[in-house]
Design a protein around this ligand. Structure first.
Ligand code: SAH
Ligand code: DHB
Ligand code: MG
Length: 221
């Protein structure tokens, strides 16, 4: 199997099952025009996030890593009118592009974007006593263990924690890797493996975004 085939099948799936969407098309265009990297989730993955948030009946969602707001918009579309989503982004340029995109999507009223290092913002959310029904971790991979630890503090029994990019072309099984991103994913798995408060699994994915994976952890206590 090749990247070319994965891409074609992803396009086929998107054509069949993910309705074409002028808002999300414009989000990717503004992202590209601003020079941001195309590391948003794929359309079929974005829709998966929305479906999971709906299945979860999520009223509160936390996202770590906004970029241009592509995944944010998919997640926010799952919310009821009274719901809210907090998204954390370190880069002010990304934040500016994302804010304009939330406006374009008509979702500014449910989305709160906090600019800064997520590890500075997460303790503030915890102090406020915030709890989230779904948490999507998709920022700097070296901090995945820290983000997972904060996600647990910001959860309740029944919350769903999702982590993107946990396979990285298979690099995750390289025990000798010096790449901080790979080490971050491996340490995340080690934490999750011994954490009695979650029930977790991970799946490998292929498609337009290459060979990667998603981790799902349901908070059980
Ligand atoms: N979730 C987005 C993609 C996010 S890419 C989507 O699928 O559409 C990762 C993002 O995390 C980048 O925008 C990057 O600037 C941001 N990021 C990196 N380190 C961060 C940190 N320490 N705190 C908050 N955001 C961070
Ligand atoms: C990178 C980050 C992501 O969130 C992603 O989905 C793909 C790549 C990166 O930092 O390279
Ligand atoms: Mg990602």
């Amino acid at each position: 199997m090749t990247q070319e085939k994965w891409t074609k099948v992803d396009q086929y799936i998107a054509n069949m099952l993910v309705a074409s969407d002028p808002v999300l098309d414009a989000v990717l265009q503004t992202s590209n025009a601003a020079g941001l990297p195309p590391i948003n989730v794929a359309p079929n993955q974005g829709k998966l996030l929305m479906l999971l948030a709906q299945i979860q009946n999520a009223h509160s969602i936390l996202e770590i890593g906004t970029l241009a707001g592509y995944s944010t918009i998919w997640l926010a579309r799952a919310l009821p009118p009274t719901g809210h989503l907090v998204t954390l982004e370190i880069d002010p340029i990304c934040a500016k592009v994302a804010m304009a995109n939330f406006e374009l999507a008509g979702l500014s009223h449910v989305i709160e974007l906090r600019v800064g290092h997520a590890l500075d913002t997460l303790p503030k959310l915890a102090t406020k006593g915030d709890q989230f029904d779904l948490i999507f971790i998709d920022a700097d991979k070296r901090n995945n263990p820290n983000y997972f630890t904060w996600a647990l503090k910001l959860s309740r029994p029944g919350s769903l924690i999702i982590v993107d990019n946990v396979v990285r072309d298979g690099a995750v099984i390289d025990t000798t890797s010096n790449d901080p991103s790979v080490q971050g994913v491996r340490r995340l798995n080690e934490l999750v493996a011994v954490e009695p408060r979650v029930s977790a699994t991970a799946i490998q994915t292929v498609g337009t975004k290459g060979y990667d994976g998603l981790l799902f952890a349901r908070v059980i206590a």
